[in-house]
Design a protein around this ligand. Structure first.
Ligand SMILES: [Zn+2]
Length: 571
């Protein structure tokens, strides 16, 4: 493992040797293990924006240069050469907001369905494979994509799953559809009241629960599932297969670093690392808490997985202050247009929230708070401002996760307070279909307002919120440069003045994401001394027509100078 000091020393070496001819008995350290040549390299390095060749040695980049000068790093029998044949090479993608976990082969994937009857069909199939009483899980449905745009109800699944609990999560993860089996088992009736920060959706005529439970109301559910009996060994095997599938998905998508929104299993990542099978770098945090014992545990993890590591590092403390626009639970100053008696749901009282933020800041943790509505974003900025006032301003790099709808006065506060807007461009093209219906055109001026934030000198880090949205960075790049739906609608795009250039979008997804996790000194650029994480595409994203962006393919993903994915058939 190369530490930061070594990286810097190597960078210095490069400065000294670059341009000079080397003697035949040249230092082994200047021979590349891997060289990519004949490439169109977009480096994201302002001092050296374009190059033709990259030489890698060990885990880091030795040189970023022309085809001609790359020759001096090549030694037959030692250096592997990839002839890119003019293809595009960019820094590896760093997903700044992801919920990364094992992929479950039994999960019913309802992403992008437009016909709610598919839910019935798929649940019926799953029940046929399951044992009586076994939990049927699935989700990623999005009712705004249904042709009738109606929330699904338990009636869709009751008849096909009379003897199994069913839980189907909405794409945003903030609402769940369950069947009557679960409602009965949870002893929830029309007389059960909504918990704080949650909603039991009810039939307006009868008052009966519809099967949709939002936010904290999900906590009322008791699935009563019969456990699937697996031996400990079977369980472990299943878990490892699921994680391997997830790492493979990231590798073939060109994702070389991830920042988990919340906690994860450090041991699993360590296990893959120890087996030399970890193909991405992970920044893993914890959940917002005021609990002393948990905070001590976080502090210990932070020492165990320190910031100056390169693979598994303790990340930021993630909290929620509101819900989502799609579920109608995001917190706004003014009511929803389509629900005039509602302004959304705060997840906790402001004073309690502010105290936690101030304490965590004092203890030296980076904080990232989920905020969607304009009021939610204001609250988080207020809390960060209070923290700064009471603890002083350090290099805290606190973040707002999503920063989706901002009021005019809050946009400059990001740069003023040094708060990072951690945003997901695909959310814009998913939510734009219903955003104006919910909150009106005026408030949408501050929605997914990337360009306005950049003009105000804010730092934006891009991510996906996977599995809420697909992990594939190409969808995010497409969203950022078009602000159009995935079907490629006509026109200039939604609030077209907020569109970004392709190069800027790549920068936010690489270098700015690296900044959001304190690694801009070694990640996010293709630069001598930096970690050797790059992606080769089969299409030139800089020039390809917009409608072809999402069908481009990753040909190679290289992490730490090692090829971790090569597309079948790629040269
Ligand atoms: Zn998320």
């Amino acid at each position: 493992m190369v530490n930061r000091l070594t990286v810097k020393t190597m960078a210095l070496c490069m400065l000294i040797i670059s341009g000079s001819r080397m003697s035949p008995g040249r230092d082994r350290d200047l021979i590349a293990d891997l060289v990519i040549k004949n490439a169109k390299v977009i480096t994201i390095d302002r001092d050296n924006p374009r190059a033709q060749a990259i030489a890698f040695r060990g885990e880091t980049i030795l040189a970023v240069t022309s085809n001609e000068s790359a020759e001096k790093y090549i030694k037959e029998g030692i250096s592997t050469i990839i002839d890119a044949g003019g293809r595009l090479v960019v820094p590896g993608f760093n997903d700044a907001h992801i919920h990364f976990g094992p992929i479950d082969p039994d999960y019913i994937d309802l992403r992008y369905i437009t016909d709610a009857s598919i839910i019935t069909k798929k649940v019926k199939e799953a029940v046929a494979r399951a044992r009586r009483g076994e939990l049927i899980r699935g989700g990623r449905w999005e009712h705004e994509m249904f042709t009738d745009k109606q929330w699904p109800t338990k009636e869709l699944i009751d008849a096909v799953a009379p003897n199994n609990p069913v839980a189907l999560t909405r794409a945003d993860g903030h609402s769940v559809l369950v069947n009557s089996y679960v409602i009965r088992n949870s002893k929830i009736t029309r007389d059960t009241s909504d918990p704080f920060g949650g909603e039991i959706q009810r039939d307006p005529a009868t008052g009966e629960p519809t099967g949709i439970f939002k936010e904290t109301a999900k906590g009322l559910l008791k699935y009563g599932a019969k456990p699937v009996r697996l031996t400990a060994k079977e369980q472990l095997q299943r878990q490892m297969r699921g994680w391997q599938a997830a790492f493979d998905l990231a590798a073939r998508s060109g994702v070389t670093s991830i920042q988990l929104a919340g906690g994860s299993d450090f041991k699993i990542f360590q296990k893959f690392k120890d087996m030399d099978k970890l193909t991405l770098r992970a920044y893993i945090g914890g959940s917002l808490t005021g609990d002393e014992q948990k905070l001590r545990r976080y502090a210990q993890l932070k020492r165990e997985y320190p910031r100056d590591g390169n693979w598994i590092r303790f990340g930021y403390i993630k909290g929620f202050i509101d819900g989502t626009l799609g579920s109608g639970t995001a917190l706004f100053f003014e009511p929803y247009l389509d629900a005039p008696d509602k302004t959304g749901l705060p997840m906790m009282a402001y004073d309690k929230f502010e105290k936690m933020v101030v304490d965590l800041d004092k203890a030296g943790f980076q904080i990232g708070i989920h905020a969607i509505g304009d009021k939610a974003n204001s609250w988080v900025l207020n809390a960060y401002e209070t923290a700064q006032r009471s603890n002083g301003r350090g290099d805290s790099r606190h973040r707002i996760e999503h920063a989706q709808v901002l009021c005019d006065g809050d946009i400059p506060r990001f740069a003023l307070l040094g708060v990072i807007a951690s945003m997901q461009p695909t959310h814009c093209i998913t939510d734009k279909r219903f955003a104006e219906k919910r909150i009106g055109r005026q408030r949408c001026r501050g929605a997914y307002a990337w360009q306005r934030l950049l003009d105000a000198e804010a730092m934006i880090a891009f991510g996906t919120d996977y599995p809420v949205e697909p992990i594939c960075p190409l969808e995010g790049l497409y969203a950022a440069v078009t602000r159009k739906d995935r079907a490629g609608e006509g026109g200039e795009g939604w609030f077209a003045d907020q569109k970004l250039s392709m190069e800027k979008a790549i920068e936010l997804y690489t270098l700015s994401s690296a900044y959001a996790e304190f690694t801009e000194d070694r990640k996010g650029m293709i630069k001598a001394g930096y970690l050797g994480d790059v992606v080769i595409f089969n299409q030139d994203l800089m020039t390809v027509p917009h409608e072809k962006i999402m069908s481009a393919k990753v040909d190679y993903t290289i992490v730490g100078g090692k090829v971790v994915y090569k597309r079948e058939g790629a040269e």
